[in-house]
Design a binder for this molecule. Structure first.
Ligand SMILES: CC(C)(COP(=O)(O)OP(=O)(O)OC[C@H]1O[C@@H](n2cnc3c(N)ncnc32)[C@H](O)[C@@H]1OP(=O)(O)O)[C@@H](O)C(=O)NCCC(=O)NCCS
Length: 232
């Protein structure tokens, strides 16, 4: 049985370049299992994330590769995504992805304190982790309009849906954390979970949402609730 206490999770550096192929192989295997057709990142791309201090790596006993995630910026650094999250099969369900995402979130907040942190996912595990970090579900209108980000969806098997809807919706749920919300928090809320994560009920989230002109954020949250109800 794998245990979290034997795993170190750290910001990757040059000395971790030797794990790049294992990272890519693990992403390949997972994307085949999920049938989503996610494109393999190049060695240079993952390597550059490590060299730039924008990747998180998890190693059991300091040397066995267990998990990974990296930070990338979009829209002139106004948006940050924590991408490429992968946990090797034998290390799943012990809370490792949660810890990796916590580190990636903290790294993103440090490097880009004013950027919105966002992600797209169909996975319940990632939705749960994002929710605990303080992300809120939104419609795609609230995400980056950086064309290069959306190009990353081209290798997904569902890309035709995104095209048909003019990038307004697809099977993924969009989730965002906006640092501006920190300013709205009451002092007692800031103390919870080291001050950067909010754990609340869906009703709490709905109450905090400020719909834009066409109410699109509210549609996002109701989609999220329906999705979770279907799953449970
Ligand atoms: C998704 C993934 C990263 C989760 O890793 P993990 O280390 O097992 O996740 P954790 O143990 O931290 O679990 C986080 C939460 O998700 C839940 N969870 C984990 N796997 C789940 C699954 N397959 N289905 C539903 N919930 C799941 C856990 O119970 C936990 O919930 P809790 O906080 O209520 O207890 C891992 O399964 C993986 O690498 N999958 C393949 C790649 C992938 O899908 N990446 C995400 C791309 S968006």
């Amino acid at each position: 049985m794998k245990e979290l206490k034997n795993i170190i999770i750290l910001v990757a550096t040059e000395e971790h370049l030797k794990y790049v192929d294992q990272v890519n192989d693990a992403i390949d295997i997972a994307s085949k299992e999920r049938g989503t057709g996610i494109a393999r990142r190049t060695y240079d791309y993952i390597g550059s994330k490590m060299l730039d201090g924008k990747a998180i790596i998890a190693l059991e006993n300091g040397d066995t590769f267990a998990g990974f995630c990296y930070v990338e910026t979009w829209g002139d650094k106004s948006f940050v995504a924590n991408s490429g999250l992968i946990v090797v099969k034998e290390f799943r369900s012990i809370g490792l992805a949660t810890e990796i995402k916590r580190k990636a979130f903290a790294l993103s907040r440090t490097k880009y304190p004013n950027a919105k942190i966002f992600g797209l996912t169909t996975g319940l595990a990632v939705m749960k982790i994002n929710h605990e970090l303080g992300y809120r579900p939104v419609t795609f209108s609230e995400l980056t309009d950086d064309e290069d980000f959306w190009k990353g969806c081209q290798s997904c098997v569902n890309y035709d849906i995104l095209q048909r809807t003019g990038k307004s919706k697809c099977l993924c749920t969009g989730m965002v954390y906006d640092p501006a919300w920190e300013k709205e928090k009451k002092p007692e809320e800031k103390k919870q979970n080291n001050g950067w994560a909010i754990k609340g009920t869906l009703l709490d989230i709905i109450n905090k949402l400020k719909p834009n002109k066409n109410g699109s954020q509210l549609k996002g949250i109701f989609g999220f609730i329906l999705f979770n109800n279907k799953k449970s």
